[in-house]
Design a binder for this molecule. Sequence first.
Ligand code: PMP
Length: 288
Amino acid sequence: MGLTMRIVYVNGDYLADTEAKISIFDRGFLFADGVYEVTSVLDGKLIDFTGHCTRLRRSLGELHMSLSLDDDQLLSIHRELVTRNALVEGLIYLQVTRGAADRDFVFPPADTPETVVLFTQEKPLIDSMLAARGQVIRTVEDQRWGRCDIKTVQLLFPSLAKMEAKAQGGDDAWLVRDGFVTEGSSNNAYIVLADGTIVTRDLSHSILSGITRKAVLECARKLQMKIEERPFTVEEALGAVEAFSTSASGFVSPVIEIDGHTIGEGKPGSTARQLREVYIAEMRKAAI
Ligand code: PMP
């Protein structure tokens, strides 16, 4: 998809994207020294904005980065971008970096202003081709760093993994470390056992604590579904009756094939379908 013109936010200013400028000395550019969040927009409203703010603060804290904007200011900027871009359905991307300084592995002084960038992206979220058809997954060895719990902009390996999966006829990659699935290239991974139990990896430094994961597990609990948060192997996934992934922009996305093995009946399963419906309904109600 080509770039469409839009109004973006850069360090306090709302600008046409073609007018937006970032220093070549920005540490986000030179060191991937930055964190980000992606918040979905449905009906022109923000989905789980509080969850994204909470995780942003945690990512910043883990990297000893500061942000001069509070959550109310972040909310105003998000809303302003929705309005200025007449965004009905899609996403808002937010990135904070440690700012611009002479290139040095040592952090710049703490009073160096951070860089804050936000932009919108139109995307059909409800009528998703992958949700309707179901995803084809290829497993790829997880070669990311040891702090996958921090949402940094260092996304080269997930990008390579997705390309590898696509080269092998898949839609996305599930990453595997020591035989166990960690998560998808940009989503959390789940399988459903024959007795209906949902299995997803427990939170640790090995995966990102998905905002959608939290909300979807809450939906599953309300629906009296059984949940096990623990690692699962690729073999266990191949024998599952259902599989799916979750993310802010994919909501709940069924998986129909992993490494050439059909999952269940090879079509989106009922657990994933029900969770997707309930999650979307709950989030629509709570959107701000
Ligand atoms: N894991 C990874 C590696 C991700 O990049 C993402 C998407 N940001 C997720 C999980 C899902 O997180 P969320 O539900 O907050 O989008």
